[in-house]
Design a protein around this ligand. Structure first.
Ligand code: Z5A
Length: 209
């Protein structure tokens, strides 16, 4: 039986990385092997793209079309180099973002044609459609406030306006409404342990563990 793909989505600072660690521990307790990956990145090519997308000072004038294609290129490599081999060995893949991020950020927030984003998403993902998508939802002000407390340097996209992030959040909520069988939306203002518990119960139920 192939491994499952679980993606985590949400605006910055919603706790995706934190919750992925908790879910990995839970899966291990059920004797399920898993790997955690993040987008963009994880492969040699993906990490080079990540730098270009987020931190290269000479790339500050990147146009929206280039941005979309670079996220898709990183994902194409990740799918073929890591995700497909993992699921073929019955390893579950926990993705810190996947193609819904392109729909929300490049489609809704950058306002690129949504149909084009969807076509690229499907072309790149091939058979790798997430089995379950956990949306950590939070008010934009609260999430950005959390990030201010961190030492990590802000990346190129994190300098965008509140309006930009509000469009991202709205799109995520819309997707969750439209694809309610795949999405599991959680209030990300809850304490870490409570969110982790809800995610474990949701995964348990979804996959009859
Ligand atoms: N992007 C895109 O535009 N298009 C795409 O197709 C893809 C991505 C794939 C990737 O950023 C950027 O690329 C992102 C979207 C764009 N851009 N922006 N802006 P990243 O990989 O560097 O980071 P991120 O995905 O945005 O996540 P993050 O900033 O690392 O945050 P997080 O993983 O969601 O949260 P966290 O690190 O687990 O927690 C953040 C802080 O909150 C931390 O101090 C925690 O201790 C705290 N925290 C966590 N949970 C809680 C709760 N429940 N209560 C209180 N505090 C909490």
């Amino acid at each position: 039986m192939p491994g499952k793909i679980i993606s985590f989505e949400g605006i910055e600072g919603t706790g995706k990385s934190t919750q992925i660690q908790h879910l990995q521990t839970f899966l291990a307790s059920k004797n399920i092997d898993s790997i955690a990956i993040r987008e963009p990145g994880n492969t040699y090519i993906g990490e080079r793209i990540r730098h270009l997308l987020q931190h290269d000072p000479n790339a500050h004038n990147m146009c929206a079309e280039t941005e979309l294609l670079l996220f898709e290129a990183s994902r194409a490599q990740l799918v073929r180099e890591l995700i497909l081999p993992a699921i073929s060995k019955n390893t579950w893949v926990l993705c810190d973002r996947f193609f819904d991020s392109s729909t929300a950020y490049q489609g809704a927030a950058r306002q690129l044609p949504e149909e084009m984003v969807q076509r690229l998403n499907l072309f790149v993902a091939g058979k790798c459609i997430p089995d379950f998508t956990i949306l950590l939802d939070i008010d934009v002000d609260l999430a950005l406030g959390r990030l201010q407390g961190r030492k990590k340097q802000r990346d190129r996209i994190e300098w965008e306006s509140m309006e930009f992030f509000k469009r991202v959040r709205e799109k995520y909520l819309q997707l969750a409404g439209e694809e309610s069988a795949r999405f599991f939306t959680i209030d990300a203002t809850l304490p870490v342990e409570m969110i982790a518990e809800k995610i474990c119960r949701g995964v348990e139920q979804r996959f009859a563990l």
